[in-house]
Each structure stands twice: as structure tokens, then as C-alpha cells.
Write a protein that binds this ligand. Structure first.
Ligand code: NAP
Ligand code: GDD
Length: 363
């Protein structure tokens, strides 16, 4: 039975990867951070499982990483922990650099100092954001990097330090250059989830309008549950190498809105341009989407499109047999429609209870 350590296990990818590795028979250890509120929603269903273990550690704290690595002595480490929001990285650039750049170094050094350099394989969660102000479309493993945010610059350090440790110390460590991947567990401030949640709320009368930034931005969006399999496959190869993981298809934010609202029962049309562009409900003429410059970024990455040929040929991972763009949008909207319906039902129960208490029907 192999032992895996996942940093960032409470995140979208960490939760799917933990499920995947448990299914494969691994002992799964994950790092969590102390917080005054509990953010373990995505992994709550795994707690208590005999193959699932949690430890406190922070990527900004070398000693906590040393402690967990020396205690767990993993066969594989999946370093998914990061300040992962690109827009937030403009507001917290130093924190982002500490976690997303130096944090990777801390993991690599902990493995070396614990004497695990020859036995422990390391996966680094790298990103299509490295291509940034893109120099080629679509992007593959040979496309030059041009990071275009503090997040991407930090992740670029992570990419190069992993390569350096591979070459300098012969360690099995590699980066998955993953393009955007989404799911019903996606954080609510990333654009896809923001849209699916708003579509569900608007369709059920719980929200009036959705404000977005750049509607023309293009992304290669896949399903997170499909992508965690690649993280594992990357660590099962005879030689450590870096891989692009993507669907090979590109869509705009605007297109994502059209599909999501359609799934929620609203047919949209977009009129106007730039900051004046609006998404209008064709049936009622109501403006449901507006552009707000608050969501513009000082530098925005607008043309991501991955070429997954290497992953297809070497890992045997074929995106055409995985979740399609339409299926992804549908499953996210369906999950949010159900979530909003449950919230509404809860509100109704609360209102009824308050009314009964007031009238003295219940005490
Ligand atoms: P996510 O949902 O934001 O999860 C990030 C995880 O990192 C959370 O568990 C978070 O813990 C943890 N974390 C943040 N700061 C930390 C710190 N200082 N010490 C320890 N843990 C810390 O991100 P995701 O979408 O699952 O992405 C996983 C990884 O893949 C990230 O490295 C991201 O940059 C990278 N990536 C993501 C995508 C994508 O499209 N999703 C694409 C390419 C690369 P808390 O829950 O305590 O905040
Ligand atoms: N978040 C957000 N909110 N983005 C918006 C909005 C909005 O209201 N309106 C338009 N966008 C645009 C952004 O400007 C960006 O061009 C695009 O939608 C996608 O933004 P996000 O969903 O925030 O994701 P991201 O591409 O910046 O970053 C994600 O993918 C990277 C891989 O390419 C994150 O998961 C990163 O951690 C990951 O590395």
C-alpha cells in the first residue's frame, strides 16, 4: 500500500485527488490550516475513513512541513497548496510569492533533508498561467512562458525550482501544467462558479444581476475530477517529465454565460460592447449581466488554449473521452440549482417556524 501526502487537500483538486487515491488503495495524508471557521466542507465525507489522515501544516512554515514529511514519509507528494486566485495575487503579492514560490522550495528541501530524495516522487501543481501574455496558440510544453500576474510569476519559480531539483539531485519531481479545470466544488469567486451560482440564484428569484469583468477572455476549461487522474499518471511514468493537461478546446466567458443560463432555463443575448455590454433575458428584456471594471485585472491573460498531445500519447489520457464543455457547464449548473433550492427550502422552514413561534402554535 502506497502513502501519499497532499498539500491543499481542502481545495477543489485536493478533495477529488484524495477520493481518487483512496480508491486506488493509498493511505492518504493531507495538510490543513488552522482557521477560526471550518473550511473542510469538501473533505468532510472522508473524515474517519481508515485510509484518510489530516495534519496541520502551512506552506509558509518550513518546520511544519518538515514535521509532516518526516512523520508521514510519503512515497508520493502532491503539492496542490497555493494562494490560487489570480486577481487576489495583485492585492497580496508577497503572500502569494511566499506560498506559491518559496513554498515549493520548502517541500523539496523537506524531502531532501528527511532523506527521501531517492524514494519520494513529487507532483507540483503548475499552471497554464505561465503562458500568460501568450506567445503561441495553442500552448504546449515547448511554448515560451510569459507570466502576467504575481500569481504566475510565483508559479514560474515553482516550475523552475522543481526542474532544478530534478536535474541537480536526480529527484523524481515534475510539474503538471494544468489548464483551467472546474467543478461543482470550484471556489465561488472563480468565474465559472460565479456564473453557475448566479444563474441558479437568478432563475430561482434569489439574485437580480451578475456583475463580471472581461467577457471576451478565452479559456480551455476541463473538469477537475478528470484532471486529478493526470496528476497521478504523471507520477507513475518511468522518467519524471512535465506535461500540459488540457481539453484542446477554447471558449469565452460570454459563451460560458450563455450555456449556463440556458441550462438554468434562461435564454440570454448579449448587446453592446466593452464596459457597456449587457446580458439580457430574451423572454423578459431584463438586464441580468453587466460589466463592472472592479473585476478587470491590471494585466489579464485572455487567450489560453492547451495542446494535450503529449499527455494523450505518453500518459494515454484522452480528453475527448472525458467530460465535455457542455457536460461540465450542465453538471455545475445542476449542482447549484439544487444548492439554491435547498437554501430556499431552509429559509421557508425558518420563516414558518418563526411564524408558528410568534403565533404560539409551537413553543
Ligand atoms: P483551491 O481550491 O484554491 O485550493 C487551494 C488549497 O491550498 C486549499 O486547500 C488551501 O487551504 C491551500 N492553501 C492555501 N494557502 C496555503 C498555505 N499557506 N499553506 C497550506 N495550504 C494552503 O485551488 P485548486 O483549484 O484546488 O488548485 C489546486 C492547485 O492547482 C493550486 O496550486 C492551483 O494554483 C493549481 N492550479 C489550479 C488550476 C485550476 O484551474 N483549478 C489550474 C492550474 C493550476 P485552505 O482551504 O485552508 O485555504
Ligand atoms: N474571477 C473572475 N471574476 N474572473 C472573471 C470575471 C469575474 O467576475 N469576469 C471575467 N473574468 C475573467 C478573468 O479576467 C480571467 O480572464 C478569466 O475570467 C478566468 O478567471 P478565473 O476564473 O478567476 O481563473 P483564472 O484563469 O484567472 O485562474 C484559474 O486558472 C488558472 C489556470 O489557468 C485559477 O484556478 C488559477 O489557480 C489557475 O492557475
Amino acid at each position: 500500500m502506497k502513502t501519499a501526502l497532499i498539500t491543499g487537500i481542502t481545495g477543489q483538486d485536493g478533495s477529488f485527488l484524495a477520493e481518487f487515491l483512496i480508491e486506488k488503495g493509498y493511505q492518504v495524508h493531507g495538510t490543513i490550516r488552522r482557521s477560526s471557521v471550518d473550511f473542510r466542507e469538501r473533505i468532510a465525507h472522508l473524515e474517519g475513513h481508515p485510509q484518510f489522515h489530516l495534519h496541520y501544516a502551512d506552506l509558509g512554515d518550513s518546520m511544519s512541513i518538515m514535521q509532516v514529511v518526516s512523520k508521514v514519509r510519503p512515497d508520493e507528494i502532491y503539492n496542490l497548496a497555493a494562494q490560487s486566485h489570480v486577481q487576489v495575487s495583485f492585492d497580496s503579492p508577497e503572500f502569494t510569492a511566499d506560498v506559491d514560490a518559496t513554498g515549493v522550495l520548502r517541500i523539496l528541501e523537506a524531502v531532501r533533508l528527511c532523506g527521501l530524495a531517492d524514494t519520494c516522487r513529487i507532483y507540483q501543481a503548475s499552471t497554464s498561467e505561465l503562458y500568460g501574455k501568450v506567445e503561441e496558440v495553442p500552448q504546449n510544453e515547448r511554448t515560451p512562458f510569459h507570466p502576467y500576474s504575481p500569481y504566475a510569476v510565483a508559479k514560474l519559480y515553482g516550475f523552475w525550482i522543481v526542474k532544478e531539483y530534478r536535474e541537480a539531485y536526480g529527484m523524481y519531481c515534475c510539474s503538471g501544467i494544468l489548464f483551467n479545470h472546474e467543478s461543482e466544488r470550484r471556489g465561488e469567486t472563480f468565474v465559472t462558479r460565479k456564473i453557475t451560482l448566479a444563474a441558479a440564484r437568478i432563475a430561482q428569484g434569489k439574485q437580480e444581476k451578475l456583475y463580471l469583468g472581461n467577457l471576451s477572455s478565452l479559456r480551455d476549461w476541463g473538469y477537475a475530477k478528470d484532471y486529478v487522474e493526470c496528476m497521478w499518471l504523471i507520477l507513475q511514468q518511468p522518467e519524471p517529465e512535465d506535461y500540459v493537461i488540457a481539453t484542446g478546446e477554447q471558449h469565452s466567458v460570454r459563451e460560458f454565460c450563455l450555456h449556463a443560463f440556458r441550462r438554468a432555463g434562461i435564454e440570454l443575448e448579449f448587446v453592446g460592447e466593452g464596459e457597456n455590454e449587457k446580458g439580457i433575458d430574451k423572454a423578459t428584456g431584463k438586464v441580468l449581466i453587466e460589466v463592472s471594471p472592479d473585476f478587470y485585472r491590471p494585466t489579464d491573460v485572455v487567450n489560453l488554449w492547451g495542446d494535450p498531445t503529449k499527455a494523450r500519447e505518453q500518459l494515454g489520457w484522452d480528453p475527448s473521452k472525458k467530460t465535455s464543455f457542455e457536460q461540465l457547464v450542465n453538471l455545475m449548473v445542476d449542482a447549484d440549482m439544487a444548492k439554491v433550492a435547498v437554501e430556499r427550502a431552509g429559509e421557508q422552514v425558518k420563516m414558518n417556524l418563526e411564524e408558528y413561534l410568534e403565533k404560539g402554535i409551537v413553543k
